[in-house]
Design a protein around this ligand. Structure first.
Ligand code: NAG
Ligand code: NAG
Ligand code: NAG
Length: 271
């Protein structure tokens, strides 16, 4: 039988747990970790982090600004999140609704985007392979005087075995994602460039710095080449400003939109 002081200890421990619970503190936290800040100490200027102080994380996702370009439009995307219950109107809380074209801003395409039979068969965003969307990725600069043709692809000498490539183009230099009016002269893949990639590389994730990986002149044909096998994932409108060309650890997570052929996506690079 346990000596009596064991029971006493257990009883005292119980008491102190009850006391902590009454204070609202979980016993796993010691007092020094608890935040007792007065409301006045809370900063009212939330930081917007594109570059993190550690320099380890680079956010390559565009923020949804109302004046972000909308594909084939001069108007910008407008407000995608709108308050439908508002404290300004006397409610006890604020609540917004999201209304967004799934190909807005930094986003990903599913095979059903341009193949009706894939759409009907359910090759949607929820089927995208997170193993492809996350892993080592190479950021490359492409020549600024051409769209991405077979010749350009060949000149990049991307080694076999590289599975994820982020292509930075003239679009970044021209700051096209920062202009409200969508500039249809953006750089992207031509059909033969897409075909060269499919035939001669192991790339399964293609990232580009404007709203479409395909140049407007080859908008549909280049998408069809990429999406045909259903194992290449297209990530569009990445924010590659000021990022050094090299290998990073890429992390991209789309929303689990069942039945949708596109989705907003959050992508970061970790050095
Ligand atoms: C607040 O109330 C006004 C007047 O009824 C209405 O026009 C407006 O849409 C409301 N806004 C929100 C966010 O609820
Ligand atoms: C709620 O939204 C209103 C604008 O309608 C804003 O003035 C207020 O600060 C918001 N409150 C909170 C708690 O975010
Ligand atoms: C790329 O193609 C578009 C048409 O899709 C064209 O307007 C643009 O000038 C081309 N860019 C370059 C650098 O050749």
């Amino acid at each position: 039988m346990a000596p009596p002081h064991t029971f006493l200890l257990a009883f005292l421990l119980q008491l102190s747990l009850v006391a902590l619970a009454l204070q609202g503190a979980h016993p796993a936290y010691d007092d020094s970790l608890l935040c007792n800040a007065e409301p006045a100490e809370i900063s009212f200027k939330p930081a917007k982090l594109d570059e993190y102080p550690s320099g380890r994380i680079i956010d390559i996702t565009h923020a949804y600004r109302a004046d972000m370009p909308k594909f084939m439009s001069a108007d910008g995307i407008g407000n995608v999140a709108r308050l439908h219950i508002s404290m300004a109107n006397g409610s006890l809380y604020n609540e917004s609704e999201l209304k967004i074209n799934v190909h807005t801003g930094t986003h990903v395409d599913a095979p059903g985007h341009m193949y009706q039979e894939y759409y009907e068969a359910g090759f949607d965003i929820d089927n995208l392979d997170l193993e492809v969307l996350n892993g080592p990725a190479l950021l490359v600069d492409v020549p600024r005087d051409k769209n991405i043709t077979a010749e350009v692809m060949e000149s990049l000498h991307i080694p076999r075995g590289v599975r994820r490539v982020l292509f930075r183009t003239l679009n970044t230099d021209r700051k096209l994602m920062w202009k409200k009016e969508c500039d249809m002269s953006y750089v992207g893949f031509m059909k033969d460039g897409a075909q060269w990639l499919v035939d001669n590389t192991d790339i399964k994730l293609v990232g580009l710095d404007f709203l479409s990986v395909a140049a407007f002149d080859d908008l549909i044909p280049a998408h069809l080449v990429f999406l045909k096998s259903r194992d290449i994932i297209l990530v569009e409108a990445l924010k590659l400003d000021g990022v050094k060309p090299r290998i990073y650890s890429l992390h991209c997570l789309p929303l689990r939109l069942v039945g949708a052929e596109g989705s907003p996506i959050r992508c970061i690079l970790i050095k």
